[in-house]
Design a protein around this ligand. Structure first.
Ligand code: FCB
Length: 449
């Protein structure tokens, strides 16, 4: 085994989850409802009418789940904090029981030698704030800053790694353009305001972090390399627009304080530039960037505003069960591109994984999920290749620790290293989990065999 296959010392080997997708007990101990709690009750919004009411029951089984992390040998765990557990109304009165839940989790992780990596916003806005316009209300940046500051004050001494937002383009696009995520609106005008407020909220949280905590703070974006479906001009243009809108809409302002050139032409008349003061806030220096990577997209011209572009579905045998193309080279490419565009900043793969319809455990209790193990192996090699190309990659987090509530797909899509039987809440480590355990134990070498 050549040492080149290994990852650097101190590389973080993680798994990721998010609050609404795993916790269950959404209203326990004084928590307020969030927009997913509401949205999942809307008829037809979620496959099979699923909700996050039970999810993985992690709110009660968190100690067992930390034991599974130890079984895997994780050195880091990325989770998100449910804003409405901490501030049931989104602002105002603090709910100590909500803070305590995360404090206990963090303490147990640290005792277990696992680095906690906390995300402040993984899509679960308190419903009380949505009643005031949610992300369309300019005040949201201040509400988010107050919530963020509270978490830094309570946990900043113990959590070394913080993310402000998870995948902001999904918040604005899926939540406010396509209406397939909470709050389920369909308005480009709203989405344009939401994008601006998300970026201002991010910057406001970074400012609060510098004043209260010592660790590192960053943002998590999802990146998908785009290829035109043909060399016809309309497809090439559609692919360029999709790259601008999906891959650059948030990351460029975070580094430059400016929207990417050409975004205004896509978003239309409600688009406006940042003022100098807003620019400075949006571009408050960050310490790292998290990249969620799942797939490449082949893009063609399409009818729907604002992008007038859509995706060509990949061949089924080259895709996961969600129809996402399996394209490991794309991971190397996006990591190299971020480094080339924005300089050599520490990067993490904050999510990477695959949905496959796993068989239930066999008589020996084995969950055979060879396609997921192969997906992870190939993407780990792609991550290793990025290191060889000069990327300052500091860690890799599998999505996900557990099978969980996959947003509008409900429980129909399984991403976990650990299988969850949603009727009994029983957990079983899948073969992909065993594979990842070997990868961690060999510092990456097992992904080479
Ligand atoms: C990402 C989300 C995460 C999960 C995966 C499959 O877009 O951040 O919550 O649903 O996709």
């Amino acid at each position: 085994m050549s040492d080149l296959a290994r990852f650097p010392d101190g590389f973080l080997w993680g798994a990721a989850t998010s609050a609404y997708q795993i916790e269950g007990s959404p209203l326990a101990d004084g928590a307020g409802p969030n927009i997913w709690h509401r949205f999942s009750r809307r008829k037809g919004a979620i496959d099979h009418g699923d909700t996050g009411d039970a999810a993985c029951d992690h709110y009660r089984r968190w100690a067992e789940d930390v034991r599974w992390m130890r079984e895997l040998g994780l050195s880091a765990y990325r989770f998100s904090i449910a804003w409405a557990r901490v501030f049931p109304e989104g602002r105002g009165a603090l709910n100590w029981k909500g803070v305590d839940f995360y404090a206990r989790l963090v303490d147990r992780l640290l005792e277990s030698g696992i680095t906690p990596a906390a995300t402040l916003y993984h899509w679960d806005l308190p419903a009380a704030l949505d009643d005031r316009g949610g992300w369309t209300n300019p005040d949201v940046a201040g509400w988010f800053q107050d919530y963020a500051r509270t978490m830094f004050e309570r946990l900043g001494d113990r959590v070394p790694m913080w993310a402000t937002l998870n995948e902001p383009v999904l918040v604005s696009d899926a939540g406010y353009v396509k209406g397939v995520h909470a709050p389920g609106h369909r308005s480009v005008r709203e989405a344009t305001a939401v994008a601006r407020h998300l970026l201002l909220a991010h910057g406001a949280a970074v400012e609060a972090f510098r004043a209260t905590a010592k660790g590192a703070i960053g943002i998590v974006v999802n990146l998908e390399p785009r290829e035109p479906a043909s060399d016809a001009n309309r497809d090439v243009e559609a692919s360029r627009r999709a790259d601008l809108y999906f891959n650059r809409q948030y990351l460029e302002p975070v580094f430059t304080g400016r929207w990417p050139e050409g975004l205004g032409a896509i978003l239309g008349e409600s688009f406006r530039d940042f003022t100098p003061a807003e620019s400075a806030r949006v571009a408050a220096p960050i310490d790292w960037v998290g990249v969620n990577y799942y797939a490449r997209r082949v893009t063609r011209a399409g009818p729907d505003p604002p992008l007038h572009a859509d995706d060509v579905p990949p061949d089924a045998e080259k895709a996961t069960d969600l129809g996402w193309e399996i394209h490991p080279e794309g991971l190397t490419r996006v990591l190299v591109e971020v480094t080339e565009r924005h300089g050599k900043i520490p990067l993490y793969v904050t999510e990477n994984g695959a949905a496959f319809d796993d068989p239930p455990p066999n008589r020996l209790g084995v969950v055979a999920d060879p396609r997921r193990a192969a997906y992870l192996r190939d993407h780990l090699r792609a991550a290793r290749a990025a290191l060889d190309r000069g990327v300052d990659l500091r860690g890799y987090f599998v999505w996900s620790l557990l099978d969980n509530f996959e947003w509008q797909k409900g429980y129909s899509q399984r991403f976990g290293l650990i299988r969850v039987d949603f009727a009994t809440q029983e957990r079983v480590m899948k073969e992909s989990g065993r594979f990842y355990r070997d990868v961690i134990a060999s510092q990456g070498a097992a992904a080479r065999d």
